[in-house]
Design a protein around this ligand. Structure first.
Ligand SMILES: *Cc1c(COP(=O)(O)O)cnc(C)c1O
Length: 461
């Protein structure tokens, strides 16, 4: 099941890398404990078996996309050097690779002049964006939708910036009217626009937010940690398309290569439209930047030590699969979205399920139809477990009942949140597995309907 073909290529590349260091005196000895290495590695493999099969298309739950083999191998290759992209002194080649790879991500959103770098993930990238926002609008409010990632509220707390959430519409997107009303009260420094919410992949209305920004003068931060790469996809609906077409008008953007960019964890990216914000990072390090007067990435990043290996992995992946519209990488994203739409159509046509709204990206949410919201919620958990027994791995989420209103019919609204099933179909291969996923899901649902109270009630009706 696990990819083994790339080991050969890694071995060849490691030998080539080794040739870069000939001429040095020979190294004697070996690291301590090497005689027990095999034993410990095997024990490690045993421990790692305790995981869901994230690499398999039947894992269709949380946001987990396997890194591309080239990313895994480039990362491993760089580990023999273990460069540190804080300063050119610690990572010359990988700092250059990081600048090139980030330039390509910036080009994807239409930027040629910008400031940006990689980070340990979306949380740190968003923290930097809000830190900059706070420096430019000290003490002013940060707004994000109720469906924005919870990290924004917490980051605002860390930065001691006031935070407020804005209501969402029935499609899980920031409600522009609610935003406009809130803006009338003034005192807003920055609005976070989520380009693909973590729960449902909903895309906030960036165009109207930009119009409001022109009127009120707040900063716009696009949290595209999950959805950013969909800027390349050709099969989005109108609203999402219009939003992604304008992403370059945001003041700052976060995109996570470790979400949809085929990278191992530890790879986020933050971009600023105005390179002059670099001055905010100014610091004096007495011991870091001596090898070159060129820009050291640590001079424009809050994190100090950062893995050069992450840059090597991303750079290699973008060599293999360039960030181009109509390219292979873009087709992978389009396939994920097609998978979500195909599964959504099956769920919508089946009266056993309730659906909220058509997926805007590749995430869909659904729930079994019960007598009440609480019964439906309980059955969602049971289907989650029954499906897992059949090797289909879904996820569970809690969403406001108003997202489902159109499809609930007479269902008793005895809770204001519905526990539903959530499926992130982010692997290009998912498209070939939609039928199988549906079969397994349908079987699991039948089993739960047969045994649950709601199912019995329904049959006797
Ligand atoms: C995942 C995610 C984050 C957090 O990023 P990490 O890489 O998990 O730290 C922030 N915002 C959105 C929209 C996300 O999907």
């Amino acid at each position: 099941m696990l990819d083994q073909k790339s080991f050969g290529a890694l071995w060849e590349a490691a030998k080539r890398l080794d040739c870069g260091f000939t001429g040095l005196p020979n190294l004697e000895g070996q690291p301590p404990g090497m005689d027990r290495l095999e034993e410990v590695l095997n024990t490690t493999a045993e421990r790692l078996k305790d995981n869901y099969p994230y690499f398999h298309p039947l894992y269709a739950g949380q946001m987990l996309k396997p890194p591309h083999p080239v990313a895994r191998m480039a990362y491993a290759l760089a580990m023999w050097i273990n460069p540190n992209n804080h300063a050119l002194d610690g990572g010359r080649a990988t700092s250059a690779m990081e600048k090139e790879a980030v330039t390509e991500i910036a080009a994807m959103v239409g930027w040629t002049s910008f400031l940006g770098h990689l980070s340990s993930g979306g949380t740190m990238a968003n923290l930097e964006a809000l830190w900059v926002a706070g420096q430019l609008h000290p003490g002013k409010k940060i707004l994000a939708s109720e469906q924005a990632h919870y990290t924004h509220r917490r980051i605002s707390g860390v930065l001691q910036l006031p935070f407020e959430s804005v209501a969402t519409d029935q499609l899980g997107r920031m409600d522009s009217n609610a935003l406009a009303t809130r803006l009338e009260h003034g005192d807003v420094g920055t609005v976070v626009v989520t380009m693909g919410t973590t729960a449902t992949g909903s895309v906030d209305p960036l165009p109207t937010t930009l119009e409001l920004s022109a009127k009120h003068g707040f900063r716009v931060h696009a949290d595209a940690a999950y959805g950013g790469y969909f800027a390349l996809a050709q099969n989005l609906e109108r609203d999402a398309r219009l939003a992604f077409d304008q992403i370059g008008k945001a003041d700052s953007i976060v995109i996570d290569p470790h979400k949809h960019g085929l990278q191992p964890y530890g790879c986020g990216c933050v971009l600023f439209r105005d390179p002059r914000i670099g001055r905010l990072y100014k610091h004096d390090s007495p011991y870091t930047y001596f090898s070159s007067a060129e820009l050291h990435l640590g001079e424009i990043s809050l994190e100090c030590s950062r893995p050069g290996a992450a840059a090597a992995a991303l750079w290699a992946t973008q060599r293999l699969l360039p960030l181009k519209k109509h390219g292979e990488f873009a087709r992978g994203l389009e396939r994920g979205r097609k998978s979500a739409l195909a599964l959504f159509d099956k769920l919508k046509a089946d009266s056993r399920f309730v659906t909220a709204f058509t997926p805007e990206l590749d995430i869909l949410v659904f729930a079994p139809r019960g007598e009440s919201v609480s019964e439906s919620s309980e059955m969602s958990r049971k289907i989650f477990e029954a499906a897992a027994k059949g090797n289909l791995h879904l996820a569970v989420a809690e969403l406001p009942v108003h997202f489902w209103e159109k499809d609930l019919g007479l269902m008793k609204r005895d809770r204001d949140r519905l526990t539903c099933l959530r499926s992130v179909l982010m692997k290009p291969e998912h498209y070939d597995w939609v039928e199988r996923i549906w079969e397994l899901l349908s079987e699991a649902a039948s089993e739960v309907f047969r045994t649950s109270a709601g199912g019995r009630a329904k049959e006797s009706r």
